[in-house]
Design a binder for this molecule. Sequence first.
Ligand code: PLP
Length: 366
Amino acid sequence: MVPYVDLKTQYQNIKSEIDEAVLNVLASTRYILGPEVMAFEEEFAAYSNTEYAIAVNSGTSALHLSLLALGIGAGDEVITVPFTFVATVAAIRYTGAKPVFVDIDPQRYTMNPDQVEQAITDKTKAIMPVHLYGQPADMNPILEIAKKHNLPVIEDAAQAHGAEYKGRRAGSMAEIAGFSFYPGKNLGAYGEGGLVTTNDPNYAQKIRLMRDWGQEQKGHHNIIGFNYRMDGIQGAILRVKLRHLEEWTEARRQHALYYKELLQDIKDVTIPYAADDVRHVYHVYALQVPNRDRLQQAFKDNDVQFGVHYPIPVHLQKFYADLGHKAGDFPVSEQVANRVISLPMFPEMTRDQQEQVAKVISDTFQ
Ligand SMILES: *Cc1c(COP(=O)(O)O)cnc(C)c1O
């Protein structure tokens, strides 16, 4: 069997460090926020090359608070993409604002900068590109349009820890960014977790307040608050795992190179595109294939786990029907959603496992 991710092997490899870190938190009784979370914030800010990092209880909360810190609410519009995990769009909805979609670039699968300007109205309050699969969106043209229209940009960096665009780290390129530490993400907690990065002290301060009931002083609630705090245990685990992240990321990048070697000549199979000036961190290694149903069946028959990220773009999801979209509105997103399949990808993967995966694909399509 080839698993999609192998968190068990990863835990076994770092068990002594993790167990010690967790036991220390248990003994300290600092179960919520506390010194481990604070230290993790500093270390992750340094890793992402930003001034501030504020840890929260999920990536969704990180995006929600980022939007609120920018003052976004009912009556506002936020431009984003329909080809993403639903949380990107849900976070916009939570504020009362309206998500406005633009299609993705057919190679990168991230926001197509050429479509952004025509989506801007006098209600637009922010632009929210997604660094999908671990590849940064094409940020320079997006930031240029944002600047011209005096709009802030929020990076959805939930899949892009350590990714780079022209030498700049994900999370450091715009006004504010949200990360996720869902267990399967490149940096994953042993439970839920998320974090906001920013270089703006006012946004950072506001988010620190909002994640903990808006209390500047205990018992004084001056702004809207939430219970969005990170657990001490997750902070301690993430500190341990952050020390290994570069090594794990390089392993993913090596696996991507080997997949390329194994798969690039298979007819009608499209391997991931990675721009030259980008450090793709391969959270997801997705192929476009001519017949996904056939490959899914072949993977099942051969005990290879896989994923589909994401089979239905958000504009065609039932809950978002009130936005008034129909099939055909975002043709690139729709075509890619119909054709992608995510291969097993994790740092601990062996060449033998990759060869098993590749053999199923070549047997299916050759
Ligand atoms: C995982 C993810 C989120 C949400 O993060 P959670 O920690 O699961 O709340 C948001 N956006 C994208 C693109 C994601 O992949």
